[in-house]
Design a protein around this ligand. Structure first.
Ligand SMILES: Cc1cc2nc3c(=O)[nH]c(=O)nc-3n(C[C@H](O)[C@H](O)[C@H](O)COP(=O)(O)O)c2cc1C
Length: 209
């Protein structure tokens, strides 16, 4: 009888040890699958119509760059749209934007990002308006919870530069971290998309995308 119990205990011990081994393996594979995938969003403001140096365009310069970034990173896209559209005509548009900047206005926007929670990284695109970001971009940044998010700015303009205003993004998107952005010449988005794509892709590769 004693021998029988001893054998039973030994068998139980072997069985438990075996289970332990399998469990460990299972845990490891579950852990490997559970690595969080960082969802990326490209949020951009851009304006079609009569524009600086390019005449009448169907797709805004910044939107072209935004699509390139989304394609390379597999990101979702979100358009920042003011409720009151900017004038079609370039000169008129500059006057409206000048006034908004002077008033430090926060023009209402059509919508905000649904489930912003699911995104860790947000590429933020905009044209330079009067050496600044267009005011609807401030509306976008100030009215959502960007805590813990990484924002990577990109802009288009008359040149290949950023204004320095991007370093203030986290003052508006409170709790966010801002990474180094890129300035793209707007006209090149229309005339030399391949060159812009190469520049954008090199920048993204440098950022680890
Ligand atoms: C209202 C307004 C203000 C602008 N101000 C500047 C500026 O200060 N500096 C600059 O380099 N370009 C300026 N531009 C040119 C735009 O930044 C440029 O054309 C940009 O690529 C437009 O992008 P979008 O087509 O995505 O709207 C301005 C354009 C507009 C319409």
């Amino acid at each position: 009888m004693k021998k029988f119990f001893a054998l039973l205990i030994a068998l139980a011990a072997i069985w438990l040890a075996g289970c332990g081994g399998i469990t460990e393996k299972k845990d490891a594979s579950v852990q490997a699958q559970a690595v969080p995938t960082s969802k990326i969003l490209v949020a951009y403001f851009s304006r079609a119509g009569d524009n600086f140096e390019v005449g009448i365009i169907e797709k805004g310069n910044t939107k072209i760059a935004a699509e390139m970034i989304a394609k390379k990173t597999g990101a979702d896209m979100f358009e920042i749209k003011p409720v009151k559209e900017y004038p079609f005509e370039y000169k008129e548009c500059t006057e409206v934007a000048k006034q908004e900047k002077a008033e430090n206005a926060r023009p209402e926007i059509v919508s905000y990002v649904k489930n912003l929670d699911q995104y860790d990284v947000i590429f933020l695109g905009y044209p330079i308006f009067w050496s600044d970001m267009p005011m609807p971009v401030y509306t976008f940044l100030e009215n959502q919870d960007f805590r813990g998010k990484t924002i990577i700015p990109f802009c288009t303009s008359a040149g290949e530069y950023m204004t320095g205003k991007e370093s203030e993004i986290s003052d508006h998107a409170r709790g966010s971290k801002v990474r180094e952005g890129i300035g793209i010449r707007g006209k090149d988005c229309q005339d030399k998309p391949d060159a812009v794509r190469e520049k954008v892709n090199n920048w993204l590769t440098g950022l680890g995308y």
